[in-house]
Design a protein around this ligand. Structure first.
Ligand code: SF4
Ligand code: SF4
Ligand code: SF4
Length: 312
């Protein structure tokens, strides 16, 4: 299977994360455990975004900011209105406009964390600060475990987690599926407000079935009659339908294997090959100590024979 240059960097990033010390290795193993698929796929929450219905009204962007108490990004509009260019430390959800040079083809596209079934960020984080919840598959971030190493940023194939550079006590910012709202029995703010139901909330299995029935009912409408996220990158809990190629929308072309899966292969290779120099180092240190002890013993013997005190 082909792995692109960008993907290769993500995988190397994961490998590097795996090589961060013994404590980190222990935590990484813990993270790998958290990366197991949730027990019952029917428990996985999801959202389905249909780009052919989205009007680009940005209601979901504002609702996301409000629900997550984010300071709106108004830099581009000179402080007048919320106008983020991309996901950033103040923006967990964005609607982008994808268009060709003469704007004869265009589409809106919603971007946020994809809540991967096998998340690269979780296996990339050496300290287990990012976790996949067993109950519903949502990927959450735990401030007390995060040291700000930013391995999650390099490990994410969708370029989602953002670091709060401007904050004295920086956080990793990404969509956490409005976990606080889910816990109160509410749906995510973005799906709740969408006036056209371009983005809807539900169980992954149900939304996958819904996406497939839309494809079946309207032959030729959707690109390749395919649901992005069903298998891409190992599968995600955010699913997409589009009339235009997913790459046109800026969604990465991933294989069916997740970055986390490749990453674990790199981990095992790194551990395997790091074990050898470490063993040689221990052997060398033992040899040096043995030679030094011998030298000390010899010097003591010579000193007692000749009565000349030892020179230090
Ligand atoms: S999209 Fe990135 S941040 Fe979100 S779960 Fe997947 S790897 Fe993690
Ligand atoms: S689920 Fe919540 S945090 Fe995520 S994009 Fe929607 S509103 Fe924002
Ligand atoms: S609220 Fe719905 S229609 Fe409006 S931009 Fe968001 S997804 Fe599109």
């Amino acid at each position: 299977m082909n792995v692109g240059r960008r993907q290769a960097l993500k995988i190397v990033g994961q490998g590097a994360a795996g090589a961060v010390g013994l404590t980190a290795a222990a935590s990484s193993a813990e993270s790998a455990g958290q990366n197991r698929p949730i027990a019952d796929d029917r428990d996985a929450v999801a959202m389905l975004y249909d780009a052919t219905i989205c009007t680009g009204c940005q209601a979901c962007v504002t609702a996301c900011s409000e629900a997550n108490e984010l300071v709106p990004d108004t830099v581009l509009s000179g402080g007048r209105w919320q106008m983020p260019l991309d996901l950033n430390a103040n923006t967990k959800n964005i609607i982008k406009l994808a268009k060709n040079d003469d704007a004869s083809q265009y589409s809106y596209v919603k971007r946020q964390c994809m809540h991967c079934l096998e998340p690269g960020c979780v296996s990339g984080c050496p300290f287990g600060a990012l976790m996949k919840r067993a109950s519903d598959g949502v990927i959450t971030w735990e401030a007390s475990r995060c040291i700000g190493c930013r391995y999650c940023e390099v490990s994410c194939p969708f370029n989602v987690p953002k670091f709060e550079w401007a904050n004295f006590n920086p956080r990793i910012v990404k969509c956490e599926f409005c976990a606080h709202r889910l816990e109160e029995g509410q749906e995510p703010a973005c799906t709740d407000v969408c006036p056209t139901h371009a983005v809807v909330f539900g169980r992954r299995a149900d939304l996958l079935a819904e996406a497939k029935s839309r494809i079946e009912e309207t032959p030729g409408k959707y690109y390749e009659d395919r649901v992005y996220g069903e298998k891409d990158g190992g599968g995600t809990q955010v699913l997409y339908l589009s009339a235009l190629p997913f790459s046109f929308l800026g969604l990465p072309e991933l294989g069916e294997e997740s970055v986390a899966h490749y990453g674990s292969k790199v981990h095992s290779i790194l551990y395997k090959w790091l074990a050898l120099p470490f063993a040689l180092y221990v052997l060398l240190a033992a040899l040096i100590k043995w030679r030094w002890d011998k030298h000390e013993e010899h010097t003591r013997e010579e000193s007692s024979k000749t009565g000349i005190p030892r020179q230090i």
